[in-house]
Design a protein around this ligand. Structure first.
Ligand code: G3P
Ligand code: CA
Length: 264
């Protein structure tokens, strides 16, 4: 397994475009579940991306939406449900009958699976971020990752500037990625945002990676990961344009596109 930093910093373009399985391989599997993460690895991802929040009783679980309504058979906000209640939910049937009984994973369960096999991008959802770095989801996550010996294989990202600041406050060397959202950074350019946040990596949507922004990111050698790209043409174009990694729901398609380039 290559260390995360190697493929974050080894350069940009065809040779170093990281295949990041978005919520696992969520084109084929129920998002953010174990079957989706196993699928992403099997389909050739270098890294999996997942979203985390805290339950009412403080367990870190993997779920994208603030509520469990869309991706489980339950209802309500993650922060209002206990861990035992979350584990009792069916997180697979909504996607397909054959996934019935799939559970909402704890972050620890996913890390246990990924350790030694694949790198992880942990996205801290804004709704899970509190006022203090001490005892918050950021500190708990850093501790868990460290305890599990995964420090070199995890990058943290968030749309919340507060989450990034908390991560930095607790661990100055943890790799962090800005998830760009205009309302937080107004007219700042990517280079200015990187300086402002002290981030290691800039994550943005495929539409935001264009024009003067794309030129600045590439010319300043800022590692950039773009989401979410599933079609062959765009994957090829972005991988050839200096993007360091691409979040995709179809890791197999991206792997095939890179292989067809003859360079990976
Ligand atoms: O990290 C890239 C992407 O996952 C961010 O957007 O809404 O899919 O979490 P979202
Ligand atoms: Ca995400």
């Amino acid at each position: 397994m290559r260390q995360y930093r190697e493929f974050l910093y080894e350069g940009t373009g065809w040779h170093a475009c990281t295949v990041i399985g978005h919520r696992g391989a969520c084109a084929y599997f129920p998002e953010n579940t174990m079957v989706s993460f196993r699928g992403a690895l099997d389909l050739g991802a270098d890294m999996v991306e997942l979203d985390i929040q805290c339950t009412r009783d403080g367990e870190i679980v993997v779920m994208h939406d603030e509520k469990v309504n869309r991706c489980t058979n339950g209802r309500g906000r993650v922060k209002d449900l206990g861990y035992a209640q979350m584990r009792a939910l069916d997180a697979g049937s909504w996607f397909g009958k054959r996934f019935a009984g799939e559970k909402v994973p704890a972050l620890a369960e996913v890390l246990e699976y990924c350790r030694g096999k694949i790198a992880v991008n942990i996205e801290i959802k804004s709704e899970a971020v509190g006022d203090s770095a001490i005892g918050g989801i950021e500190e708990k996550t850093l501790e868990l990752v460290s305890r599990m010996g995964m420090r070199e294989h995890v990058i943290y990202s968030s749309f919340s500037p507060m989450a990034l600041a908390h991560l930095r406050e607790v661990d100055q060397s943890a790799p962090i990625a800005v998830l760009y959202e205009k309302k937080h950074y107004k007219k700042m350019s990517p280079a200015r945002i990187m300086e402002h946040t002290g981030a290691d990596c800039f994550n943005c949507s495929r539409d935001e990676f264009r024009g003067s922004w794309a030129r600045e990111l590439v010319s300043c050698n800022i590692p950039v990961n773009v989401y979410t790209v599933n079609d062959r043409g765009a994957l090829a174009r972005l991988a050839g344009a200096g993007v360091g990694g691409i979040f995709t729901n179809k890791p197999d398609v991206m792997r095939a596109v890179l292989a067809a380039s003859g360079k990976m």
